[in-house]
Ligand binder design. Structure first.
Ligand code: 13P
Length: 255
């Protein structure tokens, strides 16, 4: 019997201005208040950097956690335009997404850099959500498990454990496309990710690490995905921008 508490995380990506971001966060706090879901589920929102302070004010006193979408690998210094993990922690963040495929593609981030960012997050007492996932051509060539295994081996820093690591499996071709792998395919990859983690962290820790699924998760497919044994929550993009949809996904989490 595992006791992994499901985590439903909203990645707002580069969306939201002060007004609509605050309104979205407020409607989530109102739902959370009514639902009393907190004991069985953790809800997280990851707004863009510009909104974190404001959304933190809106979420204050609620059970919804706050996270960043990226951080620098260094603690501070001459890195124009970058934000450190400590700065995020200072704003009340508990999590930070690292190695999202959009960062890997748009900014050429390597596994080694993702591992350094995750380590910086852990040093700042943030929990990194380390993203991995294959491209469509990698899947077509039957290389999904190999690619994901290599990303896990290269992106999870030493010193990680269930208390300071979350993995998100996000097939690149499923992000924002409305397409998802079949549930047996998701089950297979998540199971293999847990095996890879067992090799790195040992069985006991690996059993407790939460592995999220991301990529076109919607109210209509969430229940089926979240019911899988090694799917411990979701990393939700587009649907996290609509309070009703994000909440419906949260409600689809098995108790
Ligand atoms: P979508 O839910 O919009 O497919 O995005 C998934 C994602 O990239 C979350 O990080």
């Amino acid at each position: 019997m595992t006791t992994r508490k499901p985590l439903i995380a909203g990645n707002w990506k580069m969306n939201g201005l002060l007004g609509d971001g605050a309104a979205l966060a407020k409607s989530l706090t109102e739902r959370m208040g009514k639902g009393g879901e907190t004991a069985s589920l953790e809800l997280l929102v990851c707004p863009p950097f510009t909104l974190i302070a404001r959304i933190g004010e809106v979420l204050a006193g609620s059970a919804i956690s706050l996270g960043g979408q990226d951080c620098h690998s260094k603690e501070k210094g001459a890195h124009t335009g970058d934000v450190s993990a400590r700065m995020l922690a200072d704003l009340g963040c508990r999590y930070v997404i690292v190695g999202h495929s959009e960062r890997r593609t748009d900014h050429g981030e390597s596994d080694a850099l993702v591992a350094a960012k995750a380590a910086a997050a852990q040093a700042a007492k943030l929990c990194p959500i380390v993203c991995v996932g294959e491209t469509e051509s990698e899947r077509d060539k039957g290389r999904t498990i190999e690619v994901v295994g290599r990303q896990i081996a290269g992106s999870v820093p030493g010193g990680s454990g269930a208390g300071n690591l979350v993995i998100a499996y996000e097939p690149v071709w499923a992000i924002g496309t409305g397409r998802t792998p079949t549930t047996p395919e998701v089950a297979e990859v998540h199971g293999r990710i847990r095996e890879f983690l067992t090799g790195i962290l040992g069985a006991e820790e690996a059993q407790m690490v939460r592995i999220l699924y991301g990529g076109s998760m919607k109210p209509g497919n969430a229940a089926e995905l979240l019911a899988l044994a090694d799917v411990d929550g979701g990393l939700v993009g587009g649907a996290s921008l609509v309070a009703d949809d994000f909440w419906a996904i949260a409600r689809a989490t098995p108790k």
